[in-house]
Ligand binder design. Structure first.
Ligand code: PMP
Length: 419
């Protein structure tokens, strides 16, 4: 048995499916999850000493690449002064200042420890502020694993959601209205029917959890208008798009201002951090200023704040230009595979064996099966893609010429098997 296989066999005795998060399992693509021991730049090394070019990049936080020296130095310096205080520290202020500088719509914020927590808390604040209970979400958007968000519905007009995870009480699902992306009529109908009950509409403005379902900006502008007209708050979940597609995330790119926004991933530079924030009158409902309770032992953790700040300090227009160029070149390399298109926004791209789609229910099963084959073939060539055809690939500034050359060679090698 290989070293990797024996680690996985032990993992199966400890963890459901042998993993700490289901997206790490290789159930969709087949094979055994790789165990990694170290990473730097755009590459990581598995427990058997094989090096891979990483196109998953911890699912998004590592915009500067793995183990960036400045991030390690900042985290190390913070660590030497104590791992956690459970009391205020100056590092929270430094990160908050930088976030406000990059995203002025964030007038007030609260740090939490994950994207899931950020969304869960933003929804509670929205409900507390509006004194309404219903939340509108979009099919195919992922907002973490809190009860009310694990709901999807069939395509078509807004319907009451069905729980899509066992263990979600029906009552939670009943308070979530699900609308298809890219379906203006369904959106109008949902607001016409339930507009007065909706506390908040939440959306990934660049939906990146069911592939990359890039929306017509007009659809998002209409969503903004409908929320304002009906007294509902608009929440942009920018856990993936925040600081990745532009300094001010999708809100800046699209020129649309949500009432609240959620972040995660990049703002922690690889450490566990989330954040929700936005309008200060809305954030005034959050405890201890207001009646909406939300708290966290490790919130604003000094080491995480330091890693996040070191990351955000390096974001500038040159970096986004570089990521845009890299995105275009890596997408072009992917598109050398017959039948593949690579929908892309900057450094986020989706290898898809189908013409681009904008709705979750339009993704073709055959295209996903073909991705599953591609995944295994590229893994043999030393290229690590997220292990699911519904996940996007992430680039970083560390993806250089050498990695691109390795990737192009790998694509040329696997192309015949996919023709
Ligand atoms: N929202 C979005 C848009 C996400 O992509 C994710 C995770 N990928 C989350 C929320 C949940 O974040 P976390 O995994 O940190 O809880």
């Amino acid at each position: 048995m290989s070293a990797n296989e024996s680690l996985f066999q032990e993992a199966l005795t400890h963890f459901p499916g042998g993993v700490s998060s289901p997206v790490r399992a290789f159930r969709a693509v087949g094979g055994t999850p790789k165990f990694f021991r170290r990473a730097r730049g755009a590459r990581f090394e598995d427990e058997e000493g094989r090096s891979f070019v990483d196109l998953c990049m911890s699912w998004g936080p590592l915009i500067l690449g793995h183990a960036h020296p400045d991030v390690l130095a900042a985290a190390g310096e913070a660590m030497a002064e104590g791992l956690s205080f459970g009391a205020p520290s100056r590092r929270e202020l430094a990160l908050a200042r930088r976030i406000k500088e990059l995203v002025p719509l964030v007038e007030k914020m609260r740090f939490v420890s994950s994207g899931t927590e950020a969304v869960m808390s933003a929804l509670r604040a929205a409900r507390g502020f509006t004194r309404r209970e219903r939340v509108l979400k979009f099919e195919g958007c992922y907002h973490g694993h809190s009860d009310g968000m694990l709901v999807k519905a069939g395509s078509g007009l807004a319907t009451f959601g069905e729980p899509s995870s066992a263990g979600v009480p029906k009552g939670f699902a009943d308070l979530t209205t699900v609308v298809s992306l890219d379906d203006p009529e369904a959106l109008e109908a949902a607001f016409a029917r339930q507009g007065g009950e909706i506390a908040a509409a939440i959306i990934e403005p660049i939906p990146a959890n069911n592939g990359l379902l890039v929306q017509d900006p007009g659809f998002l502008r209409r969503l903004r208008e409908l929320c304002s007209r009906h007294g509902a708050l608009l929440i942009f979940d920018e856990v993936i798009s925040g600081f990745r597609v532009a300094p001010g995330g999708a809100a800046e790119l699209l020129g649309i201002t949500p009432d609240l926004v959620t972040y995660g991933k990049i703002i922690g530079g690889g450490m566990p951090v989330g954040l929700y924030g936005g309008r200060k009158d809305v954030m005034a409902v959050v405890s201890p200023d207001g009646p909406v309770y939300q708290a966290g032992t490790l919130s604003g953790n000094p080491v995480a704040m330091a890693a996040g700040l070191a990351t955000l300090e390096r974001l500038n227009s040159e970096l986004y230009r570089d990521l845009e160029q890299k995105g275009a070149r890596w997408a072009a390399a992917f598109e050398r595979l017959p039948g593949l298109t690579a929908p892309r926004v900057g450094s986020l791209l989706w290898p898809l064996f189908q013409a681009g789609v904008r709705r979750a229910d339009r993704v073709d099963g055959g295209a996903i099966s073909k991705f599953n084959r591609l995944h295994g073939l590229l893994l043999e060539q030393g290229i690590y893609l997220p292990p699911s055809g519904f996940e996007v690939a992430f680039l970083s500034i560390a993806h250089g010429e050498e990695e691109l050359a390795l990737f192009e060679r790998a694509i040329a090698n696997v192309a015949p098997a996919l023709a």
